[in-house]
Design a protein around this ligand. Structure first.
Ligand code: GDP
Length: 201
């Protein structure tokens, strides 16, 4: 992508806000607050300013929709930045995410961000995976901030996390984990390619 290929579309706090968005192939980024989601999205979209929008007051507890086009390919992708788990009460967050997962027919993949150094899934990640399993939303684990880890430790973390994610959401968790660092840019190309592939671009 280049900067001009990505546009901010809208910030949604209820389904009425996003139900008229055209049914383009859609991918979503989810994860705990501070997991490195804004930095990763800025790297993926190659645009710092766009993603800052999601950090403005009033936007942090919303689903932020972006539209992406790639080179000469016709058509667009919707990219959705989900609110970090910390911004709403658990019940409110669950209801909001449930509505989203149950209504987006074009949802091709949820990239679930986990900070590599944390090394395990936390309760909020597990709740999210349960919902994804219930609504059959394909989930791919993305380990973030991998520059803080040694390669050997990263391999064992990938295995542990994939195993626990698969235990809780066996029909939706993808077997491959993408390891990324927004700081070194490792893995960003892999993530972009995967995103385009699942959206048939
Ligand atoms: P968000 O709350 O999930 O949107 O997380 P941010 O993108 O704001 O990042 C949270 C903190 O982690 C910030 O202090 C970032 O500088 C730091 N951070 C983000 N990505 C990386 C990374 O790839 N490597 C390292 N070492 N730190 C990162």
């Amino acid at each position: 992508f280049s900067k001009r290929d990505a546009k901010f579309v809208l910030s949604a706090t209820k389904p009425e806000h996003y139900k008229r968005i055209p049914p383009n192939p859609e991918v979503t980024f989810a994860g705990r607050s501070n997991v490195g989601k804004s930095s990763l999205l800025s790297a993926v979209l190659r645009s710092q300013g766009l993603v800052k929008t999601s950090k403005k007051p009033g936007h942090t507890s919303a689903l932020n929709f972006f539209s992406l086009t790639s080179g000469s390919c016709p058509g667009a992708i919707s990219l959705v930045d989900m609110p970090g788990y910390g911004y709403r009460s658990r019940d409110e967050w669950g209801g909001f995410i449930m509505k989203y997962l149950s209504t987006r027919k074009e949802l091709r993949r949820v990239f679930l961000l986990i900070e590599a150094k944390v090394g395990e899934l936390k309760a909020t990640d597990l709740s999210f995976l349960e919902l994804a399993e219930q609504y059959k939303a394909p989930v791919q684990i993305v380990l973030t901030k991998t520059d803080k880890m040694k390669r050997a430790d990263l391999d064992s973390i990938c295995k542990t996390i994939t195993q626990s994610a698969t235990d809780i959401a066996p029909s939706v968790v993808q077997p491959t984990v993408i390891c990324c660092s927004s700081r070194t840019k490792i893995g960003i190309d892999d993530l972009q390619l995967e995103l385009l592939r699942v959206c048939d671009l």
